[in-house]
Design a protein around this ligand. Structure first.
Ligand SMILES: Cc1ncc(COP(=O)(O)O)c(C=O)c1O
Length: 465
C-alpha cells in the first residue's frame, strides 16, 4: 500500500495498482461483474475519457452510447462543470454545518423549478432511488393513504421502497415482503381507475418513457391519468430520473404532452454532470407544507449529504451549460436524425423490427425473421433465453466497432441508446455505419462468427439454468 508515511498520492496509487482492477473487483466487490465482462469480452482497460468518448490503454477511442446509464448527459468532463467543482473546492465553504442555510441549494432549487413553474419546492438527496423514496413518502404523508400504483415493467431504483414499485420479478424475487403497492399495465386507464376507486391510493408513479424496453405510454395517457388521480385525490409522480434534463428532447418527458402537471417530479442522474451523486424531488408547496408541518418535524425527512456544495455547484453548472449550449433542442434534433436513419433500416433487415423513442432515448427492437435460414437460428437463441440476439449485436458493436451500448433489460430483444446529449452528426454516422455492418453480418455474408458467438451464448444460458 502507498499510504502511511509516504502520504496519499492518487496518481502514484493508480500507477502502481491500477492494473489490478479486475482482480480487486473479483476479490472485494460484486464478483459477477468481472465474470460477466470476461464472458462477453468487455473486460477492457479504459484509461481516459472526454465528451462522448473514452480511450483504452492502447489509445483506441470508444464511442459511448450509454452515458454511464444516463448520468453523463453532457458527456464526460464538461469543462464548465469541472471548473465549477474546482471552484467550489477552492472556495472552502462552510458546507454541511446543518445549522445554517447555504446559498447553493436555494440557487439550484430556484433554477430547477424554473423548468416546471407549477412546482414550488425541492428536496435534495443523493440518487435516483432516493428521489423516488422521497416522493413515495411525501405522497403517503400528504394524502394520509398507504398505497402507491406503478406500471408493469417499471424501474424506479433498487432500495426497498423503490423496489416495491418495480415492475420486474427478477429484481423483486427474494426480497419480500415489500410495500403492498400495486402494478397496472402502462397506459391502462381502466385498471388505474379500478384501483383508485378503492380509496386508499396515495399516488401513481410513472416513467413517461420506460427505461426498460423504451416503451412510451399511449398519447393522452398521462393527462387522462392526471385527471383520474385528481378526481380521486391521489398524486401523479413523474419519475424523470432517466428521461429528465433534455434526454427525450424536452426538458422533462412529461412536458411532451400539454397540460400534464405532476404533483411530484423525481430528478437525478445527469443533474450533476456525472461527477457527484445527486437526487432531487420537486413538488407542490402544499405537499411540502404538510410533510414539514411544524418546527418539530424539520428533520422528518432529511439526508446527511443532501444539498452538499459539490452536488449543488455541479447542478448549477449543468443547468447553465444546458441553457448556453441549447442542449434540449440539440438532443431533440440529433435524436430525430439518429432515429430516422435507424428506422430507414427496418425494411432492409428482417431481424430488425422497430426503432422507437424520443430525443436521445432510443430503443432498437429485434424480432422473428421471415426467411427459413434465419428463423432456425433465431429460434435456437429464443429457446435458450430471450435477449440473446440483442446481446449478439451489443458484443460486436464494442469488439469490432468500439461502441458501447446495452441490452435494455433482461430477456428483451431491445438495445437502448442513451448517449451523451452532446453527440452530433459524426457520432450518428459512426453508430449507423457500425450498426449497419453488424446487421449485414447477422443477415448473411460474414455473419458466421457472429452466429458462432450466439451458439456460445446459448451454451452459457443453458449451463446457467
Ligand atoms: C427511471 C429511473 N428511476 C430511478 C432510478 C434509480 O436511480 P439510481 O440508480 O440513481 O438510484 C433509475 C436508474 O436507472 C431510473 O432509470
Amino acid at each position: 500500500m502507498t499510504t502511511g508515511p509516504q502520504g496519499f498520492d492518487l496518481g502514484r496509487l493508480l500507477a502502481e495498482r491500477g492494473a489490478e482492477r479486475y482482480e480487486l473487483h473479483t476479490r472485494h466487490l460484486n464478483h459477477q461483474l468481472p465474470r460477466m465482462l470476461r464472458t462477453i469480452g468487455f473486460d477492457r482497460v479504459y484509461e481516459r475519457a472526454e465528451g462522448a468518448y473514452f480511450w483504452d490503454e492502447d489509445g483506441n477511442d470508444y464511442l459511448d452510447m450509454l452515458a454511464g446509464f444516463g448520468v453523463m448527459g453532457l458527456g464526460r468532463h464538461h469543462p464548465v462543470v469541472r471548473k465549477a467543482l474546482h471552484d467550489v473546492l477552492d472556495a472552502s465553504l462552510a458546507d454541511l454545518t446543518r445549522f445554517d442555510c447555504q446559498p447553493l441549494p436555494g440557487l439550484l432549487a430556484e433554477r430547477l423549478l424554473a423548468h416546471s413553474p407549477h412546482l414550488d419546492r425541492v428536496f435534495f438527496g443523493n440518487s435516483g432511488t432516493e428521489a423516488v423514496e422521497t416522493a413515495l413518502k411525501f405522497a403517503r404523508y400528504a394524502t394520509g393513504r398507504p398505497r402507491i400504483l406503478y406500471c408493469a415493467h417499471a424501474f424506479h431504483g433498487l432500495t426497498t421502497g423503490s423496489l416495491s414499485v418495480n415492475g420486474e420479478d427478477g429484481f423483486r424475487d427474494g426480497f419480500a415482503p415489500l410495500l403492498p403497492d400495486t402494478a397496472i399495465p402502462l397506459g391502462d386507464l381502466d385498471a388505474l381507475e379500478r384501483e383508485l376507486r378503492r380509496g386508499d391510493v396515495a399516488g401513481f408513479v410513472v416513467e413517461p418513457i420506460q427505461g426498460k424496453g423504451v416503451h412510451e405510454a399511449p398519447p393522452g395517457f398521462l393527462r387522462a391519468a392526471q385527471e383520474l388521480l385528481r378526481r380521486h385525490k391521489a398524486l401523479l409522480i413523474a419519475d424523470e430520473v432517466q428521461t429528465g434534463l433534455g434526454r427525450t428532447g424536452d426538458f422533462y418527458a412529461y412536458q411532451h404532452e400539454e397540460g400534464v402537471e405532476p404533483d411530484l417530479v423525481c430528478v437525478a442522474k445527469a443533474l450533476s454532470g456525472g461527477y457527484v451523486p445527486v437526487g432531487a424531488t420537486l413538488g407542490k408547496d402544499w405537499i411540502f407544507r404538510r410533510v414539514y408541518s411544524s418546527m418539530d418535524r424539520v428533520l422528518v425527512h432529511s439526508a446527511s449529504f443532501g444539498s452538499n456544495a459539490q452536488a449543488m455547484a455541479a447542478g448549477l453548472a449543468v443547468l447553465a451549460v444546458m441553457e448556453d449550449e441549447g442542449t434540449v433542442a440539440h438532443a431533440r434534433a440529433t435524436g430525430d436524425l439518429l432515429r430516422t436513419r435507424l428506422a430507414a433500416l427496418v425494411d432492409r433487415y428482417e431481424l430488425l423490427h422497430e426503432v422507437r423513442g424520443r430525443g436521445l432515448m432510443i430503443g432498437i427492437e429485434f424480432g422473428r425473421p421471415d426467411s427459413i435460414k434465419l428463423r432456425g437460428r433465431w429460434t435456437m437463441l429464443q429457446a435458450a433465453r430471450k435477449g440473446l440476439f440483442a446481446q449478439m449485436v451489443v458484443v460486436p458493436l464494442l469488439q469490432k466497432h468500439r461502441i458501447l451500448t446495452q441490452v435494455s433489460g433482461d430477456h428483451l430483444e431491445v438495445i437502448k441508446l442513451i448517449p451523451p446529449l452532446t453527440i452530433g452528426e459524426r457520432e450518428v454516422d459512426r453508430f449507423v455505419t457500425a450498426f449497419t455492418a453488424v446487421m449485414d453480418d447477422a443477415h448473411g455474408g460474414g455473419g458466421g462468427l457472429m452466429w458462432d458467438f450466439g451458439k456460445t451464448l446459448v451454451k452459457q444460458a443453458v449451463a446457467n439454468r
